[in-house]
Design a protein around this ligand. Structure first.
Ligand code: ADP
Length: 460
């Protein structure tokens, strides 16, 4: 099969979050299975290289540059005006930047005989509609990585990228008087996938649907959830170049050395306490505020390292907390190499997300034998099951509500269990023995590609 991924980000070309890892890993796995993969993505650099092709969208010239990245081909779409900016997102005209990107991507797809198109998040949501409007029969799969961001805007954007106003109605792209890229992706694609099975159910409820739950319920027959994997070559405690010592589930001595090295790096005393870590965007979704509120109620002694960047007020709160507590360290920046050392050196990884479409942190931490404490939501609910000290089954500690006291209880239980060396070892090994590779997820996507490839889609 010849497959086009359309995505606002992909490693190693660009990255702001888990989506970039997702496309890199899935594109790699699908091409290793014998398929031809092209990744259509914005060029955020200010490259002056000569373009392979250009295309005009509403009077603006966009360039195409092709680049081979391992087994797959990147089709980079550039425009100094739209994409050569300091950050990838966060501008008032984001809806317009990615609408133009979607139009250029759809034109590329129309001219290149793909068997399947795989779009990702609202930034690509107009692609399925643009294709169907041009009578393309290429099946389109649309993956929702986060329902919170929807690319809703004034409807004039449709005119700018050549979408007929005949699609601007309640059953089409209209959403409370606005045009919605997310709704377009849901309505006009042949299959909608979320990045975990639980999240596919949650977005059908008002609590997690961000206003789109009614639309999702209407299209639930084409909705499914496929859990992401992690790149087990990048995240590997037995070969990770960032680590002081290597280790595996049967030889955990190296993990103790990683912990000592991390404690030295942050001048934390080497006493027999568990080291708890939080790594993530400091954004309401991730619940770092719930963690701060929980800390004073946790029973037992522990050390805490927080690595994150984002919301200014939250950064200040975490820094204040660290300044007044000698067992807490705050590193307020994005630092991937350091994240490897923390995943390996910590004992407990805390992820109190308000919602979590899939979540990579809990899977990476388990791979490094660091036991997760998570809220039961989305992909966290699908990957972490509570440890049962009686049977020795389970791989973490789970709490249900967005409540600091519930988190404190779960953390207290983790800290207490850490005190029982035999039980803790069982738990660590349960984490490390779980398979989080992309293999089975990539197979599930391939099956879906075949299913939607086997039938002609109708224009609604
Ligand atoms: P999201 O994509 O919603 O941010 P995920 O859990 O899916 O959340 O992916 C987050 C990824 O980004 C993980 O690989 C995590 O290790 C990494 N990450 C988040 N914050 C930081 C940080 N401050 N420094 C280094 N890596 C980080």
């Amino acid at each position: 099969m010849k497959i086009a991924f359309v995505t606002p980000e992909v490693r190693p070309i660009s990255k702001s979050g888990g989506l970039a890892d997702y496309v890199q890993s899935l594109a790699g796995a699908i091409s290793e299975m014998g398929n031809e993969v092209h990744v259509v993505t914005p060029d955020y650099s200010s490259s002056q290289e000569e373009a392979d092709e250009t295309i005009n969208v509403n009077g603006l010239t966009l360039t195409f540059r092709r680049q081979q990245v391992g087994r797959w081909t990147a089709e980079k779409i550039g425009s100094a005006e739209l994409f050569s900016r300091k950050d990838m997102y966060g501008y008032e005209d984001d809806y317009r930047r990615f609408a133009y990107f979607s139009k250029a991507a759809a034109d590329h797809i129309m001219g290149n005989a793909y068997d399947i198109v795989h779009c990702n998040d609202w930034q690509t949501g107009y692609v399925p509609l643009l294709l169907k409007q041009s009578n393309s029969h290429t099946p389109v799969l649309y993956t929702i990585h986060n329902m919170e961001f929807q690319g809703n805007s004034a409807p004039e954007i449709l005119d700018e990228i050549g979408i007929s106003r005949s699609f601007f109605h309640m059953e089409g792209v209209e959403y409370y008087g606005k045009a919605s890229a997310m709704k377009s992706g849901i309505v006009y694609s042949d299959s909608v996938v979320t990045v975990s099975p639980t999240y596919s159910r949650e977005i059908q409820t008002p609590d997690h649907g961000f206003g789109m739950d009614g639309v999702i319920r209407k299209y639930s027959s084409k909705l499914s959830g496929i859990l992401n994997g992690i790149d087990c070559r990048v995240w590997n405690p037995s070969s990770d170049a960032e680590l002081r010592a290597w280790y595996g589930a049967e030889s955990l001595e190296g993990k103790a050395q990683c912990k000592s090295a991390l404690q030295r790096e942050f001048s934390l005393p080497q006493v027999g306490r568990p080291l708890v870590a939080f790594i993530g965007r400091l954004w309401r979704q991730k619940g770092a505020d719930i963690l701060l509120d929980a800390l004073k109620s946790v029973r037992g002694n522990f050390q805490l390292v927080v690595l994150g960047s984002g919301d200014r007020a939250l950064v200040r709160r975490i820094e204040d907390m660290a300044a007044s507590n000698p067992s807490i360290r705050a590193i307020m920046r994005f630092d991937e190499p350091l994240s490897h050392r923390i995943y390996a050196g910590a004992d407990i990884f805390v992820m109190p997300s308000r919602f979590e479409p899939c979540g990579l942190g809990q899977m990476i931490s388990m791979r490094y034998g660091t036991v997760p404490v998570v809220r039961k939501t989305g992909g966290l609910a699908d990957t972490v099951t509570g440890f049962d000290a009686g049977t020795g089954e389970g791989n973490g500690f789970v709490f249900a509500e967005n409540d600091p006291l519930e988190l404190a209880d779960a953390l207290s239980e983790a800290v207490m269990t850490y005190g029982d060396k035999e039980k803790w070892k069982t738990l660590v090994q349960n984490c490390m023995n779980r398979d989080f590779s992309w293999q089975s997820s990539a197979q599930a996507y391939l099956r879906l590609y075949r299913t939607i490839g086997g039938r002609d889609s109708e224009l609604s």
